[in-house]
Ligand binder design. Structure first.
Ligand SMILES: [Cu+2]
Length: 348
């Protein structure tokens, strides 16, 4: 089996361009592991003229702050901000966040070797806070902010570089368009006294056009399959608020096991590297809260996904629970506990 996998990896360099139409929805590639785990995008193609519609739901849970690899209590987070560089959390500290996302994903096989896709995002963001020493509404009290609406829209083309009956090499020429609102205000932090723009992680989009190139390799054995993917998110220039969100690189590897032809289990490891922000929105002072600080956005995360896939009467169900096992954060930020991801899709 190792030999087959190696030949799949070596074959790319030898046969780029010499693609053959291997029907992705028939034979070995038509079983329950035909799509990767729920948290993976851009890992499969559709044959010419085929449409796929998917609804995907994600929720990420974040509780407690962290400096580097050390978790802090809410009061420690406020104390930390008194001497951090820059000084922060004088107005409030975040204590908890849920990042919920509804996604509508459409794919279309323009040819057997090129699949076009677009994904509409509807984030729903909720953050709980504890007020800090300089807050006119009184330190030690709490408040919640919420924001929802359209996020940035992703689109692109998946291009088959090389395939055999057992493997696929897929290039993702992706991009995102800044359809998400990045400037909304709230007076909740000051108990209604002053209206302030929501800090960076509470904004619905990046405000920039982003390049999102990626590459996926997948190998199908008789009753299991293996996938690897590198996926990037690279903002171009600065948005109209004069900042750029951090570039991101995700490296995933996964294995899927067929229990039957219609049911599979998946196991996935994900490394995420994200940069700090460049520039600064002039209306978000660092001293107020850590989520306004551009140099407190980057870091490294290691996530592990446990999932299942099932096909039933033309429907494809995909679900995953993804605990964050390791994270090393720049400055002070909310730490990620886990995500859940679930989707339903249908091709026709
Ligand atoms: Cu699809």
């Amino acid at each position: 089996m190792a030999k087959f996998q190696l030949s799949c990896l070596l074959s790319l360099g030898l046969f780029v361009g010499a693609t053959t139409a291997w029907g992705d929805d028939s034979g070995r590639k038509g079983l329950a592991d035909k799509h990767g785990p729920a948290g993976i995008m851009g890992d499969h193609l559709h044959e010419q003229g085929e449409w796929m519609v998917e609804y995907r739901y994600m929720n990420m849970y974040m509780d407690d702050n962290r400096v580097g690899e050390t978790t802090l209590s809410d009061s420690q987070a406020i104390a930390y901000g008194a001497t951090s560089n820059p000084i922060t959390n004088r107005g409030a500290t975040p204590t908890q966040m849920t990042m919920e996302m509804h996604m509508v994903h459409v794919m279309y096989g323009a040819s057997d070797d090129v699949t076009l896709y677009t994904m509409l995002m509807l984030p729903s963001l909720t953050m709980d806070h504890l007020r800090g020493p300089a807050n006119p509404a009184g330190p030690g009290t709490d408040f919640t902010t919420h924001n929802s609406g359209f996020g940035d829209t992703t689109l692109g083309a998946l291009i088959r570089l090389y395939s055999t009956e057992r493997c696929d090499w897929i290039l993702n020429l992706g991009a995102s368009v800044p359809t998400g609102d990045i400037y909304r205000t709230s007076s909740a932090p000051t108990g209604g006294l002053v209206s302030q723009p929501l800090p960076y992680p509470m904004r619905l989009g990046s405000g920039t056009f982003n390049a999102r190139p990626g590459m996926t390799v997948k190998y199908f054995a008789d009753w299991w399959s293996w996938g690897g993917q590198i996926q990037t998110d690279l903002p171009i220039g600065k948005n109209y608020r004069d900042y750029q969100v951090g570039s991101e690189v995700r490296l995933n590897t996964w294995t899927q096991y067929l229990l039957t032809d219609q049911v599979a289990l998946s196991w996935r490891g994900e490394h995420v590297w994200r940069d700090n922000y460049d520039g600064a929105d002039p209306d978000t002072p660092d001293a107020l809260i850590s989520t306004n600080v551009e140099s407190f956005r980057g870091g490294y995360w290691y996530n592990m996904g446990f999932g299942a896939q099932a096909m039933w009467r033309g429907n494809y169900f995909n679900a995953e629970i993804v605990p964050t096992l390791g994270q090393d954060l720049n400055g002070i930020q909310l730490e990620t506990d886990y995500s859940i991801i679930a989707s339903w899709s249908r091709a026709f």
